[in-house]
Design a protein around this ligand. Structure first.
Ligand SMILES: [Zn+2]
Length: 261
């Protein structure tokens, strides 16, 4: 079983040119994952793919069973997760089509099951740096080789949705340092950490956030920009998979050490 998983959202449901070699359904103590896990092969690399919103797209961000999705990945042996996310651009240097590898998170979600430790045990995982440094480094190197322009840092602010944001909210997010806005990285990232999985995000700016451009936002725009990016994304992800050392040297696999009360 491949040890790297890819979870992807809006406009990126399937990889064209990728062969599915196995399909695994997983039951978890937290309920059903969004879809079956597909073991895929592309250009000599193997990975496990999960569609975050199901196939076809039918689960809104606030209804995704984040715990089941992350648990299922670990259950079938995945150690590292690359997350593909469509985001709105808040920072003035970003435009639709840009790819951002964020280095920080601000969580504005509410009402989502955000921990595996609710009753018997008290666990506080360190979240100073929410993403895996080894995965991020592999993405950077792959981007360089492909001459793909990647933004190597950025603050991802996660909102609850499913509605889009108001102009005042985006103004506020900008003032507190957010560069991109999306609806799905939290609690996914901290759940991955609680399971000692590596997790990093490749975000595609699909639109300007509310009030940044004069236009009204549409979901068609999001899906179209994401579709236009799939070729670049596929290559970036495949190169990243090839580049990852077989054994993890980051601290993610020991995230629970000294985290228990
Ligand atoms: Zn890691």
């Amino acid at each position: 079983m491949p040890k790297v998983g890819i979870i992807a959202g809006s406009g990126f449901y399937e990889f064209e040119g990728v062969d599915t070699v196995d399909i695994r359904t997983v039951k978890t103590p937290f309920g059903e994952p969004s879809d079956a896990y597909r073991v895929c092969e592309y250009a000599g690399t193997e990975f496990v793919f999960l569609s975050r919103h199901g196939i076809p797209h039918h689960i809104p961000p606030h209804k995704i069973n984040y715990r089941a999705n992350m648990w299922g990945f670990r259950e079938i042996g995945v150690e590292r997760i690359l997350s593909v996310n469509a985001v709105g651009g808040i920072s003035s240097v970003l435009k639709p089509g840009d790819m951002v590898i964020p280095d920080q998170i601000i969580d504005m979600t509410h009402g989502r099951a955000a921990t595996f430790y609710e009753e018997d045990e008290v666990v506080h995982v360190d979240f100073t740096d929410p993403y895996c440094p080894e995965l991020r480094q592999a993405i950077f190197l792959s981007g360089e080789e492909a001459r793909a322009e990647l933004k190597r840092s950025g603050v991802y602010i996660c909102v609850n949705g499913p509605r889009l944001e108001s102009k005042a909210e985006i103004g506020y997010f900008s003032r507190i340092g957010a560069d991109i806005v999306g609806m799905t990285v939290m609690p996914e990232a901290c759940l991955a950490r609680e399971l000692e999985l590596c997790y990093a995000v490749v975000a595609v700016v699909t639109n300007y956030a509310a009030g940044i451009a004069a236009k009204r936002l549409t979901t068609a725009e999001v899906v179209n920009v994401m579709k236009a990016s799939t070729g670049r994304m596929r290559k970036l992800l495949a190169d990243t998979l090839r580049r990852l050392p077989a054994k993890r040297t980051c601290g993610c696999s020991a995230a629970l050490r000294e985290a228990r009360m």
